[in-house]
Design a protein around this ligand. Structure first.
Ligand code: ADP
Ligand code: MG
Length: 723
């Protein structure tokens, strides 16, 4: 009988490579067609209602009931023209995915069928959301939460449903999602950045955050994927011997895209374009079957919403192509993992990128102010930023030899880092030094264009006019990383302005005061600057010597949420309350435990139900073989069957080790599960349960190398990675 794997391989071989999208118009003809933009809205509602939406979008103004009814009616008219039958609030609970509950427009009253959509349904929905993570913010007796329309993100249609981007809060108002703190952090950053920008330009009244999110992913044939219980349940392989060939020839990166994959890419891009997602790049990544796409950057909230939509679309379209998209950070041991590089910058309402060095000395002084404030923020909260992107799946990637290290540092490029070193080395800014600094500031525009060097090993790199936060994992909702980044920078900019004001009040000249604070910030944070190889052993030692804290253990890193400087940061800026911080701490630990628990169960099941039975079958064949030799050759069989004996013994040893280790793994889990305190339970899980998983994997992977290929039950790495 064919194994599950052989059937899967046969199926995979017959999956066609074809396009499914019928769209052959130029993209410009259908770009954004499924989104109700402000422009389109105008045609579906009165001027008064439209202006109310505009005020809500631009200034967060509240909508009154009569206006919201009219807006809902307009939206419904558009949605029905587009063929929609349902609507849903779409929110981003603390699970790294989106949540939706569809309601039909259709209603019957007095025998009359009609479509209905009220203002209150638009503005607020009450999903029975008691099973979303809440970290103790909702007691069961008031387990209600509600979602509320966030007018700053446009509504759109997906699969015949009108989707209404929403925030998700508890009945008592605490945030149960990633969107609320993100919106608040953007506001806090806008206020802080505006106050610093006003040192240079009075016309700045607000500052927005721009984000360009690069998405890395793996593609695996659907049949092969379904034949691997670990991929289905954990999104990563918990066992699997590395393939003889993987990425060592570096022949996949930027290579020609296979036709099957390009058919898939074109189809999902078409759907993304219809949703107004401006995808710009696509290419092969370093690992086999690993790819990347990136949209043009846009305002951060929209960029995040779009990334969440993009992940859904990619998964849906992949099904049509008999493919599975794997967003996990480290689905395969031994080859590169996936990240979601977040390109981040600040832009004034007057259209100035505050991280772009300008052509004049004042512009450059402004650039140096913002740059040094960001670096100082990253230095002060380096551990929080790293902990903020740490979870079980990213922990398999970070600190690996191909991913950002688990300790934070900032890469600035040689030109900039020389400038900052010079600034740092200057004595207090007396007259002659001030001249020196002006010279530095003046010379920036000339030297800057040369600054093109890139450092792939840095977790946080300056790339010309933005920072690229590379430690962020490929599977998460990046809002949880971005609101931390926004917050730490907002705090730093507030201090920057306050210190400049204090010096000016003490009689110092404004430019000199600004330069003094840039210098102070630079000196304080010089230890976070690192231009070298982040993967090297030397950096591990050097970063420790500098006092930089690495994330060595995920649940331990979550303790940063109990540190005063973290709680103060979020509370003072109004991004999270102390209770909300604590709730997030709980949820992070809970999620860690649950995911590791699932992985531990899966590896146990796979080994007991797939690996060991296959090993025993192979042993029996060997035993039959030995018996045959004995019949034919008599006593000589002993020397003739030496290799069979050795194999039989090896197999037995691995089988016994697996049985023993799985048993101990189960015991370790049981012990850990008895621990009430969730943070402590997570720590025990990470220390004890993980160790046993490594041991079990070691034996299983060795068995894979011994057992007859035809009998091995699970698709192998070479098949998953090179279909
Ligand atoms: P790479 O892989 O070389 O880092 P990509 O072209 O894949 O670069 O992605 C770069 C991303 O950075 C894109 O999403 C791009 O729109 C975005 N980006 C460019 N300039 C800015 C900026 N000023 N602020 C934020 N994002 C930016
Ligand atoms: Mg990048």
């Amino acid at each position: 009988m064919a194994t599950f794997r052989q059937r899967a391989l046969n199926e995979a071989a017959t999956h066609p490579a074809e396009r499914f999208s019928v769209e052959d118009r130029p993209v410009s003809k259908y770009f954004g067609q499924n989104v109700l933009t402000l422009d389109k809205m105008r045609a579906y509602m009165s001027k008064q209602a439209y202006e109310a939406v505009l005020a809500a979008v631009r200034f967060g103004a509240k909508l009154d009931r009569s206006v919201s009814n009219e807006i809902a009616t307009g939206m419904k008219a558009w949605a029905m023209e587009m063929g929609a039958t349902h609507y849903t609030h779409l929110f981003q609970p603390l699970t790294d995915s989106t949540a939706e509950k569809h309601e039909a427009f259709i209603m019957v009253k007095d025998g009359q069928a009609f479509e209905r959509f009220s203002g209150s349904a638009l503005v607020q929905q009450e999903p029975d959301a008691s099973s979303f993570p809440n970290g103790g913010l909702r007691n069961t007796f008031e387990a209600r939460g509600y979602s509320a329309w966030d007018p700053s993100s446009p509504v759109f249609i997906m699969d015949g449903t009108l989707c209404i981007p929403s925030v998700f809060v508890s009945y008592t108002g605490e945030a149960l999602d990633t969107k609320v703190p993100n919106l608040k952090s953007i506001q806090a950053l806008s206020d802080a950045a505006t106050s610093v920008a006003n040192l240079f330009d009075d016309n700045v009244t607000s500052v927005g955050v721009n984000l360009g999110i690069e998405q890395e992913y793996f593609l695996v044939d659907e049949s092969l994927y379904n034949a691997r219980p670990d991929l289905v349940l954990c999104n990563r392989t918990v066992i699997g011997h590395t393939s003889a060939k993987d990425q060592q020839l570096e022949d996949h990166y930027f290579g020609a895209i296979p036709s099957k994959v390009s058919a898939f890419m074109k189809d999902f891009e078409t759907e993304a374009y219809k949703l107004g997602i401006l995808l710009q790049t696509r290419h092969n990544e370093v690992a086999p079957n690993q790819f990347e796409c990136a949209p043009l950057f846009c305002e951060a909230t929209n960029a995040i919403d779009q990334n969440m939509m993009l992940m859904i679309i990619m998964q849906k379209i992949a099904e049509k192509h008999h493919l599975k998209v794997i967003f996990h950070e480290k689905p395969f041991d031994g080859v590169n993992g996936s990240g979601k590089h977040c390109n981040w910058s600040m832009m004034t309402n007057t259209g100035v990128n505050l991280l772009s060095p300008g052509k004049t000395p004042t512009k450059n002084l402004q650039f140096l102010s913002f740059f040094s404030a960001v670096v100082n923020a990253v230095y002060k909260h380096h551990y929080l930023l790293m902990a903020g992107v740490s979870n079980l799946s990213n922990s398999y990637r970070l600190g690996g030899n191909e991913a950002p290290p688990a300790v934070m540092s900032v890469f600035a490029g040689s030109t900039l880092s020389n400038i900052f070193e010079a600034i740092g080395n200057m004595q207090a800014l007396k007259e002659e030094n001030n001249l020196e600094s002006i010279k530095i500031v003046n010379s920036l525009p000339e030297i800057f264009p040369d600054n093109t060097d890139r450092n792939r090993t840095s977790p946080f790199a300056f790339t010309g006019n933005r920072f690229e936060f590379r430690a962020v994992g490929s599977s998460i909702n990046v809002a949880s990383a971005i609101y931390i980044l926004n917050s730490v920078v907002a705090e730093s900019l507030n201090r920057f302005r306050a210190e400049v004001d204090a010096l000016v009040a003490a009689g110092e000249d404004k430019s000199q005061a600004i330069m003094s604070v840039i210098r102070k910030f630079t000196v304080e944070s010089k230890d976070i600057m690192f231009e070298g190889n982040g993967y090297s052993k030397e950096w591990e030692a050097e970063s420790e010597r500098r006092g930089l804290r690495a994330v060595k253990n995920v649940p331990e890193s979550y303790e940063v949420y109990h540190e005063k400087q973290t709680v103060d940061l979020f509370v003072n800026l109004g991004v999270l309350t102390a209770d909300e911080v604590e709730a997030r701490f709980e949820i992070l630990n809970e999620t860690y435990v649950k995911k590791l628990q699932i992985e531990a169960r899966v590896i146990g099941d796979i080994c007991l139900n797939h690996v060991i039975p296959a090993a025993v079958k192979y042993q029996n064949i060997l035993i039959e073989n030995v018996k045959g030799f004995k019949e034919i050759f008599g006593d000589e069989y002993k020397s003739l069957c030496a290799s069979e004996f050795a194999a039989l013994k090896k197999i037995s040893t691995y089988i016994n080790n697996i049985s023993k280790d799985v048993e101990e793994l189960v015991e370790a889990r049981k012990r850990a599960n008895k621990i009430e305190d969730i943070a402590l339970r997570a720590k025990i899980y990470s220390k004890e349960v993980k160790d046993y998983m490594d041991k079990v994997r070691y034996s299983a992977d060795h068995l894979e190398m011994i057992i007859d290929d035809e009998m091995w039950p699970l698709p192998k790495y070479r098949e998953l990675l090179f279909f």
